[in-house]
Design a protein around this ligand. Sequence first.
Ligand SMILES: O=C(O)C[C@H]1NC(=O)NC1=O
Length: 244
Amino acid sequence: MHIRVINPNTTAGMTATIGEAARRIAAPGTHISATQPDAGPVSIESHFDEAISAVGVLEEVLAGEREGADAYVIACFGDPGLMAARELTRAPVIGIAEAAFHMASLISTRFSIVTTLGRTGIIAEHLLEQYGFRHHCRRVRAAEIPVLDLEENGDAALSRLIGECRRARDEDGIGAIVLGCGGMADLTDEIAREVGLPVVEGVTAAVKLTEALVGLGLGTSKHGDLAFPRPKAFFGRFAHLSEL
Ligand SMILES: O=C(O)C[C@H]1NC(=O)NC1=O
């Protein structure tokens, strides 16, 4: 099976980190392609960044359709473009936030999320509501680190993350922690060791969920709102989408 793991930001180092984490846990026979859009924000830290990145995600899914991908992972914790991406394919499309929420809910009755900047916490809160996990999550916390610090200032970022995860463990009455950024995909084991709680990370959770869906012969339904988009003309820089 071929899973296209899409990093919605345009930082190649983070795409590599995400791809390595995905390959580490992929089943034998699962081929991982880790990709990123040619254009868009170097990191996603706001509603604006999310909106711009979603176009790149959709372009990556269209490329995957041309290349015969069997499933897609959207490897940004805001799951940008998820529903629109599902309209473009019969394959499973999983966002790392929804994957992490599902997995954490199977191993704990309550979890907390630890993400990068506090200002993006509202995005996770909206997704908890949208996916039906609001009552499972005790708190959305932030280590107050810029996303790219995970790449450029790794030790300091990890130390702040571990500190916030320890506070979640001691204060939130939880059984598990969800890491709130695709760029944290390589930190799971170290954080779990330091904090002593199960740590759920979305990239790896999403890869295993897509393997399960493909293995069950399940893909995105084309009945109802996730049917292929109605053909129509697009103008300007999106004119190439007229041939969908
Ligand atoms: O929303 C965040 O803080 C994390 C999110 N931003 C990013 O560039 N990749 C992510 O997973």
